[in-house]
Design a binder for this molecule. Structure first.
Ligand SMILES: O=C(COP(=O)(O)O)[C@@H](O)[C@H](O)[C@H](O)[C@H](O)COP(=O)(O)O
Length: 393
């Protein structure tokens, strides 16, 4: 494996590695240069259940013109094993490994943040930093260490930052460092979102141009959920107690099931069509599953393989979710998982990103849920339902 990955893996992003070790949360052994340790040894008392390997299943990568791209990614693989089978692109592997390292660091920092008043802070080197700013710094550091990223751009400061990697053959990455930073104190699940575009452009492109997207989910479990352009499905990795990412789930289909997550519900006061949609969910006895954090609310659709997330605008409650940093990467993850996305008329992956700050309303879910969403809001759906799905009449 390339030394660039090892460079990230040695803990360059983890200046407090020894203090993490003392907590027993993350062992320095977990940041071995090769990422290749197959034995999942640990001294933790209750860690044994994590080391029972689930049944090995496999997923074939897309049937590409290049038959060497047909790979077998197995449940139980480490992140590095998975990525090596999933793509021949060494630069992309290195980037996704470096981002995994950053997510591991952010997870620890979120978990140990002290919260009070207006912000949750943690120590990073000699500084006390709010956790969202800390996550921001860690991610920029990871992008630089990857040596394959030309521009990085964060929702915190939406301006292109030169990461000094190549434009030709390299990538540009947009990220929301800590979505849900305002609910860290309440101990709700929060997350990082990022999208990877080829080359040096983050505007004048669409979500469909992404070569990869991912989210880090910091809840009772820490997971790294990613999708790659040339690989079917969306793939979940669990952070084990020794710091290793283990492949635990593939999602390739989002089916039907009555579960809803209604964002920007205040818009129902002056958007009667959104009110009609919500009434439908209640009337049909859908289960409400909503945290107010977009990452866990969208992730549950991928994990449960059903449901609908909506964030609809109205004249008094404008769209606030950003296309580049949140909506397009999550759209990529949902659509690779076999789901659908919509801004009301089209897939969010077909929306041209005109400016770094573009905002949009959005829904993610199963096919029938997105048909219902489009029909209820705009009278028809481009997805052409085989039979009526309800709520629009
Ligand atoms: O942008 C988000 C969180 O912002 P922040 O806490 O400042 O990082 C998203 O997680 C959305 O706020 C969220 O998913 C939700 O859709 C917002 O709607 P609402 O619950 O109605 O405020």
């Amino acid at each position: 494996m390339e030394t660039g990955i090892a460079c990230c893996a040695r803990g360059a992003l983890l200046p407090n590695v020894s203090s993490q070790h003392s907590t027993g949360l993350v062992s320095p052994r977990s940041v071995s240069p090769s990422f290749s340790s197959r034995s999942l040894k640990s001294s933790s008392l209750f860690g044994e259940s994590l080391r029972i390997m689930p049944p090995r299943s496999s997923l074939k990568a897309s049937k590409s013109k290049n038959s060497s791209l047909v790979t077998k990614c197995e449940i139980g693989d480490s992140l590095e094993e998975f990525l090596t089978k999933a793509t021949p692109d060494k630069g992309l592997i290195r980037l996704m490994m470096c981002m995994g390292e950053a997510l591991r660091t952010i997870s620890f920092k979120v978990r140990t943040a002290s919260c009070g008043g207006t912000a949750c802070v943690n120590s990073f080197g000699d500084e006390q930093l709010a956790v969202d700013l800390l996550a921001n710094n860690v991610l920029f550091e990871a992008l630089k260490y990857s040596h394959i990223v030309k521009y990085g751009c964060s929702e915190e400061v939406p301006e292109l930052q030169d990461m000094e990697g190549p434009a030709e053959g390299g990538f540009s990455v947009a990220f929301d460092p800590l979505d849900g930073s305002s609910i860290v104190d309440t101990n709700f699940t929060v997350g990082t979102i990022f999208g990877v575009w080829p080359g040096d452009k983050l505007t004048g492109v669409t979500g469909r141009d992404q070569v990869a997207a991912a989210m880090g989910i910091f809840g009772p479990r820490t997971t790294y959920v990613l999708a790659l352009k040339d690989l079917p499905g969306t793939h979940e990795f669990l952070l084990l107690d020794e710091g290793k990412w283990q492949h635990v789930k593939d999602t390739t289909e989002i089916g039907e099931g009555k579960m809803f997550s209604p964002g920007n519900l205040r818009a129902t006061s002056d958007n009667p069509d959104y009110a009609k949609l919500i009434d439908y969910y209640v009337r049909e006895k859908y289960t409400l599953r909503y945290t107010g954090g977009m990452v866990p609310d969208v992730n549950q659709i991928i994990v449960k393989e059903k449901g609908i997330f909506t964030n609809v605008a109205s004249p008094s409650a404008k769209a606030k979710l950003r296309l580049l940093f949140e909506v397009a990467p999550l759209g990529f993850l949902i659509e690779k998982a076999g789901g659908y996305s919509s801004d009301g008329n089209k897939s969010v992956l077909d929306k041209v990103i005109n400016s770094l700050d573009d905002r949009t309303q959005v829904a993610y879910g199963s096919k029938n849920e997105i048909i219902r969403f489009e029909e209820t809001l705009y009278g028809s759906s481009r997805l052409k339902a085989p039979e009526p799905v309800g709520a629009a009449a």
